[in-house]
Design a protein around this ligand. Structure first.
Ligand SMILES: Cc1cc2nc3c(=O)[nH]c(=O)nc-3n(C[C@H](O)[C@H](O)[C@H](O)COP(=O)(O)OP(=O)(O)OC[C@H]3O[C@@H](n4cnc5c(N)ncnc54)[C@H](O)[C@@H]3O)c2cc1C
Length: 380
C-alpha cells in the first residue's frame, strides 16, 4: 500500500484534529489547514463518552485526558422544578472512562499531538478544484497547494460541503444554548449551599439545563442550556454575550439551585443551534466530509464532537483497508459504515429525548468503532 500521496484536512476543530492525528499515526502524509490565526481556547465544557475515549486511546491521549477531566459515574436527569430524579444512567462499565472536561484543554492536547510542521493556521480555504490528477486548494491569503484527497472537517459552514453540494445556508433550529463556567470562590459558596451532581440534566417543559464538573479536582463547574428562541437576530454572529437577567427570566420556574448556579456563573454567552437535513452524499471524487460539515446536530445528547471523532476513526480504517489510491472505494466504505449511526444520533439529538426518561444508553456508549466489522454493499 502506498502512503506517499498527500492528504489535506480542512479545519483543525475537534474532528479535524482527530482526523489529522489518526492519519498521521497510521503513516499517511497529512497537512492540516485551519482558518483561525492561532489556536484559541473555547471556554466551555464537553462530554467525552467511552465510545470516544477508545479513539483517544488510539491517538495516545487517553491517559492525558483522564488526568484532566471529571470521571462522571452517572448521568442524572432531574425535574427542573422539583429536582426529582426522572432518569439515571450508569456511565461506567463500557471499557473506557466517561469524562466531562474543559473543551479548550482537550482541544489543546489534540492540537499538540499533530505534527507541528504539518499544521497551518491562518489558512482559510476559499476555492477548491479537482481533476483526475488531484485537488488544488486556494486560500484567502492567495496561497495555493495541491493534495491527492481532501477531508472537509470544516464545520457547519463547510467550504468542502459547498463544493460538493452547492451553496446552502444551515437551518436555524429555533433553539439557542447558553454557556457559562463557575469557578473559584463562587463555586465554593455554591457547593456550600447545594450538592452539585457531577453530570446532570435538568428538564422542564420546553427547556433544559445541563451542568457538570470539567476537572478531575471538581474545581470548575459548567452549564449549557437548550432554550427555544424564535430567531437568531444577531447578524451572522456565532455567539453573543447574554445578560444574566435574561437567563433568570428563562429559568424562573427552575429549582433554587439552578438560579444560584446562574448567579454564581462568570460571563454567560448565547449560541444559535443550527442544523442541516441529512446530506444525499458524503463525498465526491477526491473530496469527503466528516463531523459538523456532514451531519451537524443540536447538541442535546452531547455527542456531536463524538460523531466527528468516530467519523475520523472510521475514515482512517477505510483508507487503510482500501489504500489511498482507491480513495473512492474508501469513501464509499466509510459512508456505508457511518451513515446509519451518525444519522441515528443526529435524529435522537435533534429530538432531545435522550435520557429524558429511563432508557438503556449502551447503544451510544458501548459502541466501539474499531470492533465494528466493515460492511460493503454488493455492487452489480
Ligand atoms: C452549545 C454546544 C454544546 C456542545 N456540547 C457537546 C458535547 O458535550 N459533546 C460533544 O460531543 N459535542 C458537543 N457539541 C457539538 C460539537 O461542538 C460539534 O459537533 C463539534 O465541534 C464538531 O466538530 P467539527 O470538527 O466537525 O467542527 P468544528 O468544531 O466546527 O470545527 C471546524 C473547524 O474548521 C475551521 N474552518 C471552517 N471553515 C474553514 C475554511 N474555509 N478554511 C479553513 N478552516 C475552516 C473552523 O475554524 C473550525 O476550527 C456542542 C455544540 C454546541 C453548540
Amino acid at each position: 500500500m502506498s502512503h506517499s500521496k498527500k492528504i489535506a484536512v480542512i479545519g483543525a476543530g475537534l474532528g479535524g484534529a482527530a482526523m489529522g492525528i489518526l492519519l498521521q499515526k497510521a503513516g499517511f502524509d497529512v497537512e492540516v489547514y485551519e482558518q483561525a490565526p492561532a489556536f484559541s481556547r473555547l471556554g466551555a465544557g464537553i462530554h467525552i463518552g467511552p465510545n470516544i475515549m477508545k479513539i483517544f486511546r488510539e491517538m495516545g491521549l487517553e491517559h492525558d485526558l483522564e488526568e484532566m477531566g471529571c470521571h462522571s459515574e452517572e448521568w442524572i436527569s432531574r425535574n427542573g422544578n422539583t429536582g426529582e430524579v426522572q432518569a439515571q444512567a450508569k456511565l461506567t462499565g463500557y471499557g473506557a472512562a466517561y469524562l466531562t472536561i474543559h473543551r479548550g484543554d482537550m482541544h489543546a492536547r489534540q492540537i499538540e499531538a499533530l505534527q507541528q510542521d504539518k499544521l497551518h493556521f491562518d489558512k482559510r480555504l476559499s476555492q477548491v478544484e479537482q481533476d483526475e490528477y488531484g485537488v488544488t486548494l486556494t486560500f484567502a491569503d492567495g496561497t495555493v497547494t495541491q493534495a491527492d484527497i481532501v477531508i472537509g472537517a470544516d464545520g457547519i459552514n463547510s467550504k468542502i460541503r459547498e463544493t460538493i453540494l452547492g451553496v446552502e445556508a444551515p437551518l436555524y433550529s429555533g433553539w439557542v444554548a447558553h454557556r457559562a463556567i463557575i469557578s473559584g470562590e463562587k463555586l465554593k459558596q455554591l457547593k456550600a449551599k447545594f450538592d452539585l451532581d457531577d453530570c446532570v440534566k435538568w428538564w422542564y417543559e420546553d427547556r433544559h439545563i445541563m451542568a457538570y464538573s470539567t476537572t478531575k479536582e471538581r474545581d470548575e463547574y459548567y452549564f449549557v442550556t437548550g432554550v427555544p428562541h424564535p430567531a437568531w437576530d444577531f447578524q451572522g454572529k456565532s455567539f453573543v454575550p447574554c445578560d444574566k437577567a435574561e437567563l433568570f427570566e428563562t429559568f424562573k420556574d427552575f429549582h433554587p439551585s439552578i438560579l444560584a448556579m446562574i448567579e454564581a456563573s462568570d460571563d454567560v454567552t448565547k449560541w444559535p443551534l443550527n442544523n442541516r437535513n441529512p446530506l444525499p452524499v458524503w463525498s465526491n471524487g477526491r473530496l469527503v466530509l466528516l463531523g459538523d460539515a456532514c451531519h451537524p446536530m443540536k447538541p442535546h445528547m452531547a455527542q456531536g464532537a463524538g460523531m466527528a471523532i468516530e467519523d475520523a476513526a472510521m475514515l482512517t480504517r477505510c483508507l487503510l483497508e482500501e489504500g489511498l489510491e482507491n480513495y473512492e472505494q474508501a469513501f464509499s466504505l466509510y459512508e456505508q459504515n457511518r451513515k446509519e449511526r451518525a444519522s441515528q444520533v443526529q435524529k435522537v439529538s435533534n429530538a432531545n429525548t435522550f435520557l429524558k426518561e429511563q432508557e438503556d444508553p449502551s447503544w451510544v456508549y458501548g459502541f466501539d468503532v474499531y470492533a465494528q466489522p466493515l460492511h460493503a454493499e454488493e455492487t452489480a
